[in-house]
Design a protein around this ligand. Sequence first.
Ligand SMILES: Cc1cc2nc3c(=O)[nH]c(=O)nc-3n(C[C@H](O)[C@H](O)[C@H](O)COP(=O)(O)OP(=O)(O)OC[C@H]3O[C@@H](n4cnc5c(N)ncnc54)[C@H](O)[C@@H]3O)c2cc1C
Ligand code: SF4
Length: 545
Amino acid sequence: MAEDLPPREAMEFDVVIVGGGPAGLAAAIRLKQISPDMAVCLVEKGGEIGAHTLSGAVLEPRALNELLPDWKERGAPLDTPAGEDRFLFLTDTRAFKLPTPPQMNNHGNYIVSLGNYVRWLGQQAEALGVEIYPGFAAAEYLEEDGRIVGIATGDMGIGKDGTPTGNYQRGMELRARYTLFAEGCRGSLTQRLIERFHLRDGHDPQTYAIGIKELWEVPAENHKPGLIEHSIGWPLDRGTYGGTFLYHFGANLISYGFVVGLDYRNPWLSPFEEMQRFKTHPEVRKHFAGGRRISYGARALNEGGLQSIPTLIFPGGALIGDCAGFINNAKVKGTHTAMKSAMLAAETVAEALAGDAPAELTAYPEKLRASWVWEELSSVRNLRPVFARAGFWGGLAYSAVDTYLFRGRAPWTFHHPHRDNETLLEAEAAPKITYPKPDGVLTFDRLSSVFISNTNHEENQPAHLKLRDPGKAIGVNWDQFRSPETRYCPAGVYEIVGAEEGHPQLQINAQNCVHCKTCDIKDPTQNINWVTPEGGGGPNYPGGM
Ligand SMILES: Cc1cc2nc3c(=O)[nH]c(=O)nc-3n(C[C@H](O)[C@H](O)[C@H](O)COP(=O)(O)OP(=O)(O)OC[C@H]3O[C@@H](n4cnc5c(N)ncnc54)[C@H](O)[C@@H]3O)c2cc1C
Ligand code: SF4
């Protein structure tokens, strides 16, 4: 059909940035700080900056201090200084306090709403003259003579059947001398660039987790501003990597999140229901007593660390932030490293633009290797892969030795043994898990949860969740694994209908998708392809998330 469409209009910039999270915005700000006349454009698929931002979040302000040292005077929303750190191991009835590992010491950090933080970064960028276009998804990269020369935003108003409707609007070409991709974890264009330029060659596979989050408002007497509580153990079995966070911040708010490594093996596991069950623990439920849930969302996060960072540059551009994978898994933090990578890429782009001819951004990975980001990620590089090899107790024991004895300088590097889509056992070989029914007060079902993520997609558009081979939905996913997507999707997008009549069929409720990207990662045969829906679709997380 593309050849029947009218040509796209084009706009020219020095730099185009894809994604308005901490990385994209930090790059934009740094570019304009260095060169105020530079034409910088940023596109964000959320309806506004912050609409798709979901994180804990405890912010380590190191990169922010470097980017905007006067952030306090500028009114940055860093209102809750980190207070007490607690690290717990849970059994089904008890909680044991463990020594807080040094990486989890949050002294000097702040508990923030990352959504509000990026909204504020967006204002700083706009004040410097960055052109920000929220509600526009970068649907394609533009390539000429082997060089990336910008992106095209998606067409709007294409119907379900793939033909233009009355609201049809052709996408725009945003052309640039350099394009920075800051799509966050498992970016859809990033995945294509990784394939196109073989950026993963010579690097470990990326590994991931799903993070599911709720925001609660609780009575003042239950609120301990600054409290940071992490836990491991129950309700996950010892073979499944994961943990939780509870952050008390702001005006009687609690940010509660549950993280499960996507290398889990049991196809009956439901990260959503584990997350609900966790709140019923006697040591945990008291946090929520008398409170009300305000918002809900989910997002995948990178766990691979240093070994899994792909080649970062290609002709005409670079990967920055989480789409490359700079999360420090031991700290459960990636905002500071995402921002720093973006700042270093921006500095490299500014140098390249000052030259006579287009140059590759080779100085960016060099600067990164010489920066505190590399040192930090290097010191924790063995902690995640060891859990996949040595299990829960072995992993904990090794982590203590690596951290306290070797101080992160062990002379070996463990590699990630598998991709997350390769680890599921067949359904018959795995123990079934029975989850309690939600009570509607402390625990909830998926649909009422998605409702408060304010997720919305234009109904009449082609599905943005595409099956590469529709036959595998039943032939592989149902027959071998009993459709794990119906359990790992935190938004109830995937449903099996007709199983009782003996004719199971997969139904995809794409309008509920909260853009977490888990299906793109965990599907056993990588049969699910997540592509950008129309710009502005997806969750609309409120301030506070
Ligand atoms: C549950 C959870 C808890 C976390 N807790 C913490 C914490 O406590 N502290 C911490 O420091 N970090 C934490 N992190 C990690 C932190 O959120 C990330 O490291 C950080 O957000 C990375 O920033 P980014 O800009 O690279 O990506 P993102 O924040 O993911 O931003 C990417 C942006 O790009 C947009 N986008 C993607 N594709 C396109 C496209 N094709 N076109 C247009 N726009 C696009 C997205 O909508 C999004 O707004 C947590 C993450 C999760 C999921
Ligand atoms: S459909 Fe995929 S990306 Fe969307 S919410 Fe479900 S698992 Fe996440």
